[in-house]
Design a protein around this ligand. Structure first.
Ligand SMILES: [Zn+2]
Length: 448
């Protein structure tokens, strides 16, 4: 263990607040990073990986070196562990030749022994594509799709690299998203096989344009970002599906609780950009890296701007005459709103700080249904972190998208709320001595 991490673990470095981290995310850096990522000509996954300045190899070498530079400190030490994750997928579908795919991974280890095993991810894909997804040669600057997400990941890493949180944060830049989520699938499958404890994945994909539909400035949404979350998991067991049906828990997956949590953090921290929660896994006809994590059982959400501009994504840069007017096609950095992108990064950073400093979600939260009663009794298991100070019961009407009511019940594992269990959904969350709250554990039911 190096001395910085040792100091952090001894409590000599206190974990950062969300405000600290947000204040270190700087628009000028975001802008220069986004322009730099857009300057490699193409970042197509099948492009020439050996060229020094053009193609996906040059891009990933730069990303890795940049992550490493965040570590530079007075004594040359650093906490951020930066690595390439390399693999060669089978030649099939959107991989037309033997190709090494490389994710860039930076890990900021957590400082609390009871919490460091929990991992929180922020993800962007650094590959890009022109009009033809199989064309590795044409220009594909990919400024918004997804240099914007990659920039957000990097700007957050830069803002957090010297002040770790209690839990571990992973900054992941994937390759092969456009070739069918190849990099994210590989990483998620490996993590699942290693039984890593991934509690939340924030995937940022197309997060840089605040304009309205078709670029309309009158309908711009500079203070909103969509956050997509899945409801029912992809392949639930018959037993799990039965449980979801019995509890009416179709809107209470861990990903959905994560989405609600991000919206709460936005309120607590008064972030400029707020989430617009979309209760579906993704847009029509589209996919993204978060679903690779969902598919192996991890909670994951997708951040995407409210109105995408199809002239500026998956388009080879060119000028065309449309309805008698010159139209610039192509995913160019001049169409990215870097103030907006920095604000999206700040919202992600705030959510990560809260998640990674808060206690675990309480275990086995359940409503006791042994007999017919007017009020609602809940039980749960303690969160394992030593700084847990208490628990909060939350509830909402069955038609409400978000938690509406809460009650601090103190440091206990059972509480009774004077409301009918038939009329509301219930959950419990833990809070610590600094006031950080965990996401909500949705209450199942138990006859005990
Ligand atoms: Zn994308």
């Amino acid at each position: 263990m190096n001395t910085l991490l040792a100091a952090a673990c001894l409590g000599l470095l206190s974990p950062p607040t969300a405000k600290d981290v947000m204040s270190r995310i700087d628009v000028e850096y975001v802008k220069s990073n986004n322009y730099k990522l857009s300057s490699f000509g193409t970042r197509h996954s099948l492009s020439d990986a050996a060229h020094p300045t053009r193609g996906i190899g040059a891009a990933r070498n730069w990303i890795k070196a940049e992550f490493e530079s965040y570590n530079a400190s007075g004594d040359g030490e650093g906490l951020l562990q930066v690595m390439f994750e390399e693999f060669e997928p089978p030649v099939t579908g959107r991989v037309s030749k033997p190709t090494k795919f490389v994710n860039v991974v930076a890990v900021l280890p957590g400082t609390m022994p009871e919490a460091a095993g929990r991992r929180y991810y922020v993800v962007g894909h650094y590959d890009s594509m022109p009009t033809d997804v199989m064309d590795p040669n044409s220009d594909a600057p990919g400024a918004n799709d997804d240099a914007s997400g990659t920039t957000a990941v990097m700007a957050i890493a830069r803002a957090m690299a010297k002040t770790p949180c209690e839990s571990t944060i992973v900054f992941l830049c994937t390759a092969g998203e456009e070739q069918s989520l190849i990099g994210a699938k590989y990483h998620a499958d490996q993590a699942a096989a290693r039984k890593e404890d991934i509690r939340a994945v924030l995937s940022n994909d197309i997060v840089g344009d605040s304009m309205g539909p078709g670029g309309d400035p009158a309908k711009a949404t500079p203070t909103l970002i969509r956050v997509f979350s899945e409801s029912i998991p992809r392949n639930p067991s018959a037993e799990r599906l039965q449980s979801i049906r019995t509890l009416a828990a179709e809107s209470d997956s861990a990903s959905r609780q994560l989405a609600r949590y991000i919206a709460e953090v936005a309120e607590w921290e008064s972030t400029v950009v707020k989430p617009m929660l979309v209760f579906r896994q993704d847009r029509f006809l589209r996919g993204g890296d978060h679903s690779a994590f969902n598919d192996v059982g991890f909670a994951a959400v997708r951040f995407t701007e409210v109105h995408e501009d199809y002239r500026h994504q998956h388009q080879t840069p060119r000028i065309e005459i449309v309805d008698g007017k010159e139209v610039q096609f192509g995913d160019l950095p001049e169409f990215v709103d870097h103030v907006y992108l920095a604000n999206v990064a700040k919202l992600n950073a705030a959510a990560l700080v809260h998640l990674a400093n808060a206690p675990s979600v309480p275990g086995r939260v359940r409503v006791i249904t042994a007999k017919l009663e007017y009020w609602t009794t809940l039980r749960w298991e303690r969160s394992p972190e030593p700084d847990v100070a208490g628990y909060e019961v939350v509830w909402r009407e069955t038609t409400s998208p978000v938690w509406q009511f809460s009650k601090d019940v103190g440091n206990v594992t059972e509480a009774t709320i004077e409301e009918s269990k038939d009329n509301y959904f219930f959950g419990v969350r833990a809070y610590d001595k600094d006031g950080y709250k965990s996401p909500v554990g949705f209450a199942g039911a138990a006859r005990e």
